[in-house]
Design a binder for this molecule. Structure first.
Ligand code: FBP
Length: 306
């Protein structure tokens, strides 16, 4: 076990040996093993955005086994997906890569201003499929946020009791936030703090913009001159907001974009002390060889910053 992984595990000392071992599994797999950095492949977009929007660009992606192979061949730390996708490959690829079962999902067929995902699988499913962790999405800012917080409390308690790790997708949205507000630095930092307070071991947020959404918070950012002009500064602030760096915080990739744009963003993440990336569309919507090449470049950027 590397010194860095041991140091990170020490931040989770209140957890059972099972949960700590599963966190170690996530950190010790793939090309970034032992560095304390991680790159995860998430493929829940079929559920969240629909099959054509997700897989038409690179049709092999309609096959759930393609994503297991992509994550394994690229040397990702883990692969995250909803129940259906994991069911198809969990036996064939058992032991080849740590799995994260997404326990709740939303479908964009219903356009809700204040969404609340459905709980679509269970901790028992995660154990049966050999997963290292459960994944759960919260939408801080939705009028239904308390329902999600309470669902997470229950599922997280159960997962920890079974020795699983808990990964939280914390995506602000809802009728009280503007569209820009969903990625505003004050709001994203707040969302990361909420996930940490709810007991997330790994927190996943979107890269924040310079925008300040909430008047009360804005006054403090300006008075205290909190530096948020560059992406690296904003990432540092999100990491600080996640228990001063004592929680693993990773950032999502977003809609498909050009290779240089992805890498430029990743350089900002790495400079700001992010623990890694969770890259979905920018990976599986590219032809496989290109996706692996990009994922390797992303991993190298994090490794160089470690
Ligand atoms: P991407 O890299 O494709 O953005 O994936 C990250 C992710 O968190 C997925 O797990 C999820 O499906 C998607 O983003 C949701 O994004 P949104 O809710 O904004 O459509």
């Amino acid at each position: 076990m590397s010194k860095r992984v041991k140091e990170i595990l020490s931040w989770y000392a209140s957890e059972t040996p099972g949960t700590q071992a599963n966190l170690a599994r996530l950190m010790n797999h793939g090309r970034l093993a032992g560095t304390g950095k991680m790159v995860i492949l998430p493929v829940d977009q079929g559920f969240e955005h629909g099959p054509a929007r997700s897989f038409a660009k690179n049709a092999p992606g309609y096959d759930p086994r393609y994503h297991f192979e992509l994550a394994i061949d690229a040397g990702c730390n883990a692969y995250a997906a909803p129940l259906g996708f994991l069911e198809v490959g969990a036996a064939e690829f058992a032991g080849d890569i740590p799995l994260i079962l997404k326990l709740n999902n939303s479908a964009s067929l219903a356009k809700e201003k204040d969404p609340c995902p459905a709980v679509t699988s269970s901790v028992r499913d995660a154990l049966r499929l050999g997963c290292a962790a459960i994944g759960f999405t919260i939408y801080p800012g939705s009028t239904q946020q308390n329902t999600m917080f309470e669902q997470l409390r229950e599922l997280s308690e159960e997962a920890r009791a079974c020795g699983l790790a808990v990964v939280v997708w914390s995506y602000p949205r809802g009728s009280s936030l503007s569209k820009d507000g969903e990625t505003a630095i004050d709001v994203v930092s707040y969302a990361a703090q909420i996930a940490a307070q709810l007991g997330a071991h790994i927190i996943k947020v979107k890269p924040p913009t310079e925008h300040l959404e909430q008047a009360d918070a804005k006054a403090v950012y300006l008075a205290e001159k909190i530096p948020v002009a560059t992406l690296a500064q904003r990432i540092r602030h999100v990491v600080q907001s996640s228990f001063n760096g004592r929680r693993i915080v990773i950032f999502s990739g977003g809609a498909a974009k050009g290779t240089e744009a992805v890498l430029e963003e990743v350089r900002g993440l790495a400079d700001g002390g992010a623990f890694g990336s969770i890259v979905g569309r920018n990976a599986f919507q590219r032809p496989k060889a290109e996706a692996i090449d990009l994922l390797h470049k992303i991993m190298d950027t994090f490794r160089d910053a470690a």
